[in-house]
Design a protein around this ligand. Sequence first.
Ligand code: GTR
Length: 385
Amino acid sequence: MKKLDDYANKPFDYIINEEEVRTYTLPELLTSKQGEKITSADEWTKTRRPEILHDFAKYVYGAVPARFDGLEFHVKHECDFIPGRITLRTVEVKVKNQGKDFSFELYMYLPVEMKAPLRTFLLINNRFHPGQEMLSDNEFTPIRKIIDAGFAFAMFDCNFVATDKNKVLTPGIMELFPAETTAPEGFGVITAWVFAAMRCIDYFATVPELNPGGTIVVGHSRGGKAALWTGANDVRVAQACSNDSGCTGAAIARRKVGETIKDINNGFPHWFNENYKNFNDNEDALPVDQHMLAALIAPRFVHVGSAIDDIWADPKGEYLSLIHAAPAFRLFGRKGLPENSTPVLDKLLMGDGMAYHIRRGGHNLGALDWDMYISSALNNGVICQ
Ligand code: GTR
């Protein structure tokens, strides 16, 4: 019987025999569709990055709508969350398109003494429980801890923005975009959440003390997939944190360890676009793999967090995405994860442009994860737009 403590310095060996993983070839990160080698940050930004972004939109998530008719913010109420320390501001975010509008609530937790430029942790909250959770700190939303570390904290309820059930145009933001959601490449629910996250960052830009270009987006699991896709689409994201995002998040799809594309498309067909279904049991035909999603965040910061018991999310595959994304970061002079060091259980592996951690326990966003994300955000020498 393996004992986890014996594997603290080689956590992946505790959960997987790498020799049993199928052999695969990843799509070339630094070769353009025309076959040109990408050797500079400029070529990456002008040529390769748009190609990869386009492929993720077309074959996986659907493009984030860039156009809509209007956007309004209304502060609905403001109250003491902790008197003298933290204010809770509820903002109605109203999006208008094609004669319709849809509003969702953004919850902002702000230090009473706001000193510019304040960076904000934005949680794409897929486990929102109105009432209870909002009124107290909890493991998933440790409001006090984040504020005390010197940040603002914000979140919205995923389910309210786009129902996490199926891709029907039930009340939700997708109703505003009928054409953009119904085509085979039309966007799914994950992209709807990303669109909402980007509108939250638009709100940050209206608050003088907040630095919208210093936003740190965090998401757990399905929210983690959305956090990475937000970081890929919006350069105001200075850091994207993927917590246990697994399949179609941080984990390399071609490994087929844990949840596969077929599993996820069968279980959650509404998260992605219709084209993605063509890659069920057909990973090798996909023009992208998930390391390229992490690469789209370069030269900004990406932090991937895994949990040792969350084998369904393929922790090793999540880590490998960072390794294979690193060449894009190097084009910008960022070194990636430190050379010659591998993850140690419960410790932060802090790199240049990226960080990784794997902790004890299962599929959850907990105290240690937050400590790690806060620590990397404090130390990453953030590149703000
Ligand atoms: C799992 C699912 C994952 C993940 C997660 C979640 O069961 O297979 O892809 O996103 O749920 O969001 O909690």
